[in-house]
Design a protein around this ligand. Structure first.
Ligand SMILES: *Cc1c(COP(=O)(O)O)cnc(C)c1O
Length: 384
């Protein structure tokens, strides 16, 4: 309970889509609950329609999709992978697990995405790949990053956990990298509790990706009748989700337009109705560069400093709205220091925005009254 006497508005509430419970029952009653069943096929097709990916493999998480990308790149100890410091730890962990060195670069102050102008200075003769994270689903500068990667022979991987349904220059996010990791964690726009996908835009990686996902076996070929027994043919692990989770995901993906419509309206109400307050208080709203269409994954504000950010979160909590800060920099985290290195120039922007950023409640079922309450609570905060 809080000073308003009303139930607090949570930061996130997972949406339950129209056919979700029916599909879950159908999957269980069909007695096909392992991976790669009929719902996996349906969810995969829907996912390919949204992302334009050549192939998509459902996984147990985005973390696991990133781990698969690290296996498929054949990284060797000491190989370097450039990525933003301002991201979730899974982005770095996946490559560190292979003995590769995450090289942490700073972000742009406007989009909080990997700063493409710092990329060239981070490249060495050990660099193998660049991992981009489209923060809040706002596309990174993929023209510049793609060009630089081609020139240096580097693989581009997209951590598109925020960006399902987003576009950069009329191309879907997830279609730029040779591999892209998606997340269907409870906190993402489309969710099945814990889940993910690896999108493959390079046909040469597809066959081995199937093997890596199925414990290093050629089981997928066996089920297609292409070999008469399946064997251990490569290293791999178990990265395929149950068809029960795929059933939930299918219903969510079928409701994608509805989910997106509601998230977009909430995002735009925040953006418009907080503009004057933000300008008066020296608070920055998100910047969406020309050519970027984002999927309303997050609505964030940048307060002037840490003290105001913390006071602001407390102010909203007192008025029944749960706001949240976000990523702590990886470059100076305990594991980041042990397994990674920082790109030349350090990450001063990352350090600053990590202290200043706050995310407002945003989910498909946040209704107009709830939104108005959050907006009113924000507007009564005065920056000191
Ligand atoms: C959520 C998230 C992940 C991890 O996703 P899981 O599906 O929980 O493994 C990775 N990277 C980013 C940028 C994320 O936001």
């Amino acid at each position: 309970m809080n000073a308003t006497g009303l139930t607090a508005i949570p930061f996130n509430v997972p949406h339950i889509s129209e056919n979700e419970l029916d599909y879950l029952a159908e999957a269980v009653l069909r007695r096909f609950t392992r991976g790669d069943g009929p719902f996996t096929e349906r969810a995969t097709r829907l996912l390919r329609e949204i992302t334009g990916a050549r192939r998509a493999l459902l996984t147990t998480s985005c973390t696991h999709a990133l781990e698969m990308s690290a296996l498929l790149l054949d990284l060797r100890p000491g190989d370097e992978v450039i990525m933003p410091s301002f991201t979730f730890m899974s982005t770095a962990n996946a490559y560190a697990l292979r003995g590769a060195v995450p090289v942490f670069a700073d972000c742009r102050p406007d989009t909080l995405n990997l700063d493409e102008r710092l990329l060239e200075a981070a490249i060495t003769d050990r660099t193998r790949a660049v991992v981009v994270v489209h923060y809040a689903g706002v596309g990174c500068a993929m023209d510049e990053i793609g060009e630089l990667a081609r020139r240096h022979g580097l693989a581009v991987i997209e951590d598109n956990a925020h960006g399902l349904g987003g576009f950069y220059q009329d191309r879907p996010l997830g279609s730029f990298g040779c591999m892209t990791a998606q997340s269907f964690h409870e906190t993402k726009n489309v969710q099945c509790g814990e889940g993910g996908a690896l999108l493959l835009n390079d046909a040469g990686l597809v066959e081995r990706a199937e093997i890596v996902r199925e414990k290093g076996t050629d089981r997928s070929r066996f089920f297609r009748g292409q070999v008469d027994k399946y064997r251990w043919v490569d290293i791999g692990s178990s990265y395929l989700p149950s068809d029960v989770l795929a059933a939930q995901l299918t219903s969510q993906l079928e409701s994608f337009d509805k989910i997106q419509f509601r998230r977009q309206s909430a995002w735009h109400r925040y953006h418009e109705e907080l503009a004057d307050w933000a300008a008066e208080n020296g608070v920055a709203q998100p910047t969406i560069p020309d050519g970027c269409t984002h999927p309303a994954h997050l609505y964030y504000l940048l307060l002037p400093d840490l003290a105001n950010r913390q006071a602001f979160i407390g102010h909203l909590a007192d008025r029944g709205a749960q706001a949240a800060f976000h990523y702590q920099p990886l470059h100076d985290s305990p594991a980041g220091l042990r397994y990674g290195r920082t790109a030349p120039g350090g990450c001063p922007v990352t350090e600053e925005v990590a202290d200043r950023l706050v995310r407002l409640p945003l989910f498909a079922d946040l209704d107009d009254a709830g939104l108005s309450r959050v907006i009113d609570a924000v507007r009564t905060y005065e920056v000191s």
